[in-house]
Design a protein around this ligand. Structure first.
Ligand code: CO
Length: 211
């Protein structure tokens, strides 16, 4: 059933070894990625491909609609490990246009198990309801919610104690918000200048003095 995948794998191994015979030996020695990427699980948004990076370069967490939920053990473990142990310098939250999770949040329907997950997205809609409801073009409103969701999830990152502890000690990690345009293949940097943009937010969520 998966013959093609195993064939692809063999070819991939051969290609890598062709360029560098020690490729996998070096890879096995450890990882020192400078980036943590938090993106959507969507099969069209393959983190490494869109950034043109390979194994060892980016620590990755993906979930539906790239959410940063404070009670999510999985997310918290990833962020803590990335910040405290890998000492990543940058955390990138990358959303994408045509995100099914974001679309579902714009259309109130009973999604079963997904309801509580999507609630976070509906909260983003509520925070920005005036702006979003003023956009009459449905596509533009959808796109804007994708962007606002990325911004809110960046804010959720700077609320995390491990992130704050590291940031106050070292000035890292820095937080970046991107949107992958699935219609063109391009990545847009939303230009969230974390230090300025988030200063007033830090005033509320600051956990100083941190241990
Ligand atoms: Co998505």
């Amino acid at each position: 059933m998966f013959e093609q995948f195993f064939e692809n794998n063999k070819k991939w191994v051969a290609d890598k070894l062709d360029i560098d015979p020690d490729y996998f030996e070096n890879l096995s020695k450890g990882q020192h990625p400078e980036y943590l990427y938090i993106g959507c699980s969507d099969s069209r948004v393959t983190a490494e491909d869109l950034m043109g990076v390979g194994p060892g370069e980016v620590f990755i967490h993906r979930n539906i609609a790239n959410l940063v939920v404070s009670t999510d053990n999985n997310l918290n473990a990833v962020v803590q490990y990335a910040v405290e142990h890998l000492k990543v310098k940058h955390i990138i939250v990358c959303g994408h246009y045509e995100c099914g999770g974001v679309k579902a949040a714009l259309n109130p329907t009973d999604m079963g198990q997904l309801n509580s997950w999507l609630q976070t997205l509906r909260d983003v809609y509520r925070f920005h309801q005036a702006e979003l409801d003023a956009i009459t073009d449905q596509q533009k409103r959808f796109d804007r919610l994708v962007e606002l969701n990325v911004r809110e999830q960046c804010i959720n990152i700077i609320k995390i104690d491990h992130v704050q502890r590291s940031w106050y000690r070292t000035g890292y990690p820095k937080v970046w918000g991107w949107v992958f345009n699935v219609r063109t293949g391009g990545i847009n940097d939303l230009g969230l200048v974390a230090e300025e943009e988030f200063a007033s937010i830090r005033k509320i969520y600051d956990l100083k003095p941190l241990g």
